[in-house]
Ligand binder design. Structure first.
Ligand code: ADP
Length: 412
């Protein structure tokens, strides 16, 4: 009870000094004085009841009133404020009260001071965590929006480019028919050949852009059909035979258990995926290098392994290469060559390949000891393909039912 009287004795000086301290740069606002008076009332309440939580309501209100920019500055605001308020009370105790009285009031106030510091610290930490969570959520939404507009742009640009390209292709074909028999046939045919080659290359890029936007928007539909990996490999061997011999590379395809068994997958898309990986292996391996396709049967999956003795991939890039437009190195060095050493493309091949494999329910990843254009550590791409013995769709299951039974009976 005595400490309550002592508090009343320092009230006016304390209010005046605290408000003067906070008004050093601007006049004290009425609202601030009002808050200080409320704080003082709650201190009185505490001294009568002994309950340190008496001051919690005002601390919660102060914490709620912090603005977004206060929070973004991240430094604590409330606990230093409480410290200042209490330090003034202690100083005034020394100035206005006798030593035993000062000691009594300070000891009476200490528990509520300690509580105020720990409570405001907790309040501020909670708010900071909420604030960080909110900012992360905002950033995630913004990133999603950016990614969506990037993918919308790809889709629109691809479709817009496709129409004029179709016109060029059509007119080039008509011109080819018209010049047959003319005396400058050879010269014109050479020019036409150049046009046709250019438009074929452009068409491939546009098709890749469309595929990327289909994958981005979860619109890639697979046409599940029976396929045999070894047959796919034979076609790929045939397709790349000229390229690897031009580059003097050794291209080896090993058969492995399961590769001659029928599985259900989208043959065209799987072909496209493996073609991308082999074409990269050819491109990023120097002349005279070695490219090997191997694999193994795993529970529920067939794993295809594409290994090369090329320039390799730095560990920090091994995730990045699967993101669209993320070709490594100097982006201005696009040569668009399909098999030329390091003849990069637009950086869409691997994202499409990954999208195709994942749409099948599989996985794609790379292993490489690093990037080195002198030692050629090589890269190994792993493709996990679900070993589906039936198409996922009922309709197809009915259609291919008899075939499934025959292959089961033959054990292939
Ligand atoms: P690009 O059109 O550039 O070939 P990709 O998406 O197919 O695009 O590949 C992305 C990048 O990954 C390439 O630019 C290259 O830096 C790297 N890369 C892909 N395959 C290999 C490989 N077998 N060896 C070394 N680097 C590779």
């Amino acid at each position: 009870m005595h400490s309550l009287e002592l508090l009343n004795r320092i009230q006016q000086t304390w209010l005046a000094r605290v408000s003067r301290h906070f008004a050093q740069r601007e006049p004290v606002r009425d609202s601030f004085l009002h808050e200080l008076n409320r704080f003082y009332d709650l201190l009185q309440q505490f001294l009568s009841s002994g309950d340190v939580t008496s001051i919690d309501p005002i601390l919660i209100e102060w914490s709620d009133s912090l603005t977004q920019s206060d929070l973004e500055e991240s430094d604590a605001i409330l606990s230093p404020l409480c410290d200042v308020i209490f330090s003034f009370a202690y100083d005034i105790c020394h100035d206005l009260l006798s030593q035993p009285e000062a000691l009594e009031l300070i000891s009476a106030l200490l528990p509520v001071h300690t509580h105020a510091i720990s409570f405001t610290n907790k309040l501020e930490k909670d708010r900071e965590i909420d604030n960080i969570r909110l900012r992360m959520e905002k950033m995630r939404t913004e990133l999603e929006r950016l990614d969506k507009s990037k993918s919308d742009f790809i889709s629109v640009a691809a479709h817009e480019l496709k129409t004029p390209l179709t016109l060029i292709e059509g007119y080039a074909a008509m011109l080819r028919e018209m010049i047959s028999g003319s005396d400058r046939t050879d010269q014109i045919a050479m020019l036409l050949g150049g046009m046709e080659q250019g438009s074929r290359r452009l068409k491939r890029i546009i098709d890749d852009m469309i595929d990327v936007s289909l994958i981005d928007n979860n619109l890639l539909t697979l046409n599940f059909q029976p396929l045999w990996l070894d047959r796919l490999f034979s076609i790929l061997r045939e397709e790349f035979s000229t390229a690897v011999s031009e580059r003097n590379q050794r291209f080896e395809i090993n058969t492995f258990e399961g590769c001659n068994e029928m599985i259900f997958a989208d043959p065209e898309r799987l072909y496209q995926a493996l073609q991308n990986l082999i074409s990269n292996a050819v491109k990023y391996t120097p002349d005279g290098g070695y490219i090997k396709i191997d694999g193994r049967e795993l529970p529920g999956f067939l794993e295809v392994i594409i290994e090369d003795t090329g320039i390799g991939i730095a560990s920090e890039d091994q995730m990045r290469i699967f993101e669209k437009f993320n070709r490594i190195g100097d982006a201005t060095l696009h040569s668009s060559g399909k098999i030329k050493f390091k003849g990069g493309g637009p950086g869409l091949g691997l994202p499409i390949t990954k999208g195709i494999i994942e749409a099948h329910g599989g996985a794609l990843w790379v292993e490489s000891a690093g990037y080195d254009e002198e030692m050629f550590p090589g890269s190994t791409f792993h493709v996990l393909i679900p070993n589906r013995k039936e198409p996922p769709d009922d309709k197809f299951a009915k259609l291919f039912g008899p075939l499934i039974k025959t292959t089961e009976a033959r054990g292939i």
